[in-house]
Design a protein around this ligand. Structure first.
Ligand code: UN1
Length: 495
């Protein structure tokens, strides 16, 4: 008998109305069945949204510092179960334990950071232009928020949406990725244990086409926060646009690391390895392009390849393993397709390029660390998000060309430059078109108290994390209090 998991709606664990379930298997070993999870539909979404709508009436009136205190409890519980959840996450989505511990840590960091915000959520007071009149702006909750999240950060991303939503006084329905339902269950166990009131947080498992779509079009959902592909993001935005719903999108990336001829090459090699092959290249912030100055290119590639060849591939639960599998069969097929595309376009394969199925890896979705050389900016392997351990190397002759090449993709999430020249570093900070820029560090590793998001096709202008996330999850109210006892006319009486 496999473990059978449920949705969490209105404070109760319930099966999907259909009674159907789907299997969740480990990407490191298809024979490892983790459990059965509900195949939900629009009826389940309706129940969850109704619960969230009802709960909103009370939750919005709970003082924000109290809402924050609940998040301190959630943070404490997450911390006490960090190792357990990291192991569950590695088993279910494949990245190595060190990284899943980091993923849970990101949830813990967010919990404590956001909990403190319960005593801030600052608005502004400002003088009125009229006598005996007071002016201020305050934040108000938006209402029922649908959170649709990916599998690559199954704790960090749901929590960095949910906790800010809650502290602002919203209620939420989470639809986690089909590949990581178990981590979501763990998060909800903790929310329940911490005492989050029924209906304030709801979990509906299932497919994006059914659950996600039903949430996005539901009339009682005021806000959709989605992290995933640009293709799905466009559909979410279209429906949200028709309904004039607030939609926050966090989409793809084609992030590049520039290495100039004056850089510390050892440091830059380490950065490229971590950025490209950490999380098996499956971060929105992963390094998928390496822009090398021609003077150091040969030496850099030799050092990089020598290190990449030694990366130990395997089950992430083995502490000695450095790179786990891809998430599923279709992800691996996609990466394989890009091997053909790169080859046909004239890119040269330096290492990798094939599935990895040695020994115990035969039953998982493993792929070799792969590096393409002789990539030019117009090639698809230089422009499209592959979401796997594939790095495309582009050669440049100058700093100006490096910046032009870095900016030459439809995306603008993360970026990096390695240089010892402070002037170049500042010019890069000014001229790079990306939401996140690292100087002498890899493209991955954003911290929770800075804005996270990107420009161009990476999103629609919002920034999660930091203090900017509250502009997603709250409405501004401008309030004027006239205590003059007479009708005062702005722009007229004081002209
Ligand atoms: C993602 O890539 O989907 O900045 C999120 C990072 C992590 C979050 C990544 N803190 O790499």
């Amino acid at each position: 008998m496999s473990d059978l998991f449920k949705n969490y709606i209105d404070g109760k664990w319930v099966a999907a109305k259909s009674g159907n379930t789907f299997e969740n298997r480990s990407p490191a070993n298809r024979n490892d069945l983790i459990g059965l999870f509900p195949v939900s539909g629009s009826g389940d979404v309706d129940a969850a949204v109704t619960a969230a709508k009802t709960a909103f009436a009370k939750w919005r009136l709970v003082p924000a510092p109290k809402r924050g205190e609940l998040l301190y409890r959630v943070g404490d519980l997450l911390r006490s179960r960090k190792e357990e959840i990291a192991r569950i996450m590695t088993r279910e989505m494949g990245k190595v334990l060190k990284e899943t511990r980091g993923d849970v840590q990101e949830g813990i960091d967010t919990a404590f950071y956001v909990a403190g915000e319960g005593r801030r959520l600052f608005g502004a007071t400002t003088p009125s232009e009229l006598p005996d009149k007071f002016a201020m702006s305050v934040r108000a909750p938006v209402g029922v928020c649908a959170l649709i999240t990916p599998w690559n950060f199954p704790m960090a991303i749901p929590t960095w949406k949910m906790f800010p939503a809650l502290v602002c006084g919203n209620t939420v329905v989470l639809k986690p990725a089909e590949d990581t339902p178990h981590t979501a269950v763990k998060l909800f166990e903790i929310l329940e244990q911490a005492g989050v009131p029924p209906g304030v947080v709801n979990l509906v498992q299932g497919r994006g086409e059914e659950v996600g779509a039903a949430l996005v079009r539901h009339q009682d959902v005021q806000l959709v926060s989605f992290t995933g592909s640009a293709a799905v993001g466009r559909e979410v935005a279209a429906v949200g646009g028709q309904q004039l719903k607030r939609v926050s999108l966090e989409l793809g990336g084609k992030n590049a690391q520039i290495v100039m001829e004056d850089a510390d090459l050892g440091l830059a090699v380490e950065g490229a390895l971590w950025g490209a092959f950490g999380t098996t290249g499956q971060r929105c912030t992963a390094t998928s392009r390496l822009i090398l100055h021609r003077d150091i290119k040969k030496e850099f590639i030799e050092r990089l390849v020598a290190r990449a060849e030694k990366i130990k591939i395997g089950d992430g639960l083995d502490e000695s393993v450095e790179m786990g599998p891809l998430i599923n069969q279709s992800a691996r097929e996609k990466v394989q397709r890009y091997m053909d595309i790169g080859g046909q376009e004239g890119a040269r394969l330096l290492i990798g390029g094939s599935v990895y199925d040695m020994g115990p890896c035969a039953n998982g979705y493993f792929f070799q660390p792969t590096i393409f050389d002789r990539v030019s900016p117009a090639m698809r392997v230089a422009r499209e998000e592959i979401f796997g351990p594939v790095l495309s190397v582009l050669e440049v002759q100058s700093f100006a060309e490096a910046i032009t090449v870095l900016n030459g993709t439809p995306y603008g999430l993360s970026s990096s430059i390695y240089t010892a020249d402070v002037g170049r570093a500042f010019r890069a900070m000014r001229d790079i078109e990306a939401g996140i820029i690292y100087v002498n560090g890899p493209t991955i590793g954003a911290e929770v108290h800075l804005p996270f998001g990107g420009v161009k096709d990476t999103g629609n202008g919002h920034r999660e994390a930091g203090t900017t996330v509250y502009d997603i999850f709250s409405e501004w109210k401008s309030i004027y209090v006239d205590y003059s006892g007479k009708l005062q006319k702005a722009q007229i009486d004081n002209a």
